[in-house]
Write a protein that binds this ligand. Sequence first.
Ligand code: 5GP
Length: 174
Amino acid sequence: MTEIGLEPLLTESQIQERVTELAKQIAADYGETQVLLVAVLRGSIHFVSDLARRIGRADWELDFIQVRSYQSGRKSSGVVQIRKDLDTNLEGRDVLIVEDVVDTGATLAHLRELLGTRRPKSLRVVALLVKEGAIRAGTQVEYMGFRIPDAFVVGYGLDYDERYRHLPYVAILP
Ligand code: 5GP
């Protein structure tokens, strides 16, 4: 147990080890290609920061997109709305969407469709956490950190009404 009483589902060291592995795999797959990391705000802030530094290449680029799929609280509204769009032109670029958690897969499906219309050369997804439900639904995720149960999680950037983002581990909110 921790000071705020949440039992880690994934500890800080488990997360950090897996992020390092993902970064190595991404670096190996992209080789000399300059990759554009598209981080989905706000939950992916810690993940993209740790991942990008470990990709270990000087010429990755970073941009941010913010979508809103949850009104507030724990349930997906099913409605995906762009709140902040990218500044970068995607045409001909190798784009890697960096997502914190995939639940129903609705957000990713929408993002793939939207960004796909901007004619990138390639479009892939790295997600730290993918819930069982998204796997059952066949959501495509090229790089997956952890497969987790269908529960609401917080920590490592993920919030519940703007709380818990600072935690270095991921926990199920009871
Ligand atoms: P989906 O569209 O796949 O149902 O949901 C994706 C988005 O919903 C994520 O980017 C995240 O913002 C939010 N979300 C889904 N599951 C969780 C969760 O367990 N905890 C938190 N904090 N956010 C979640």
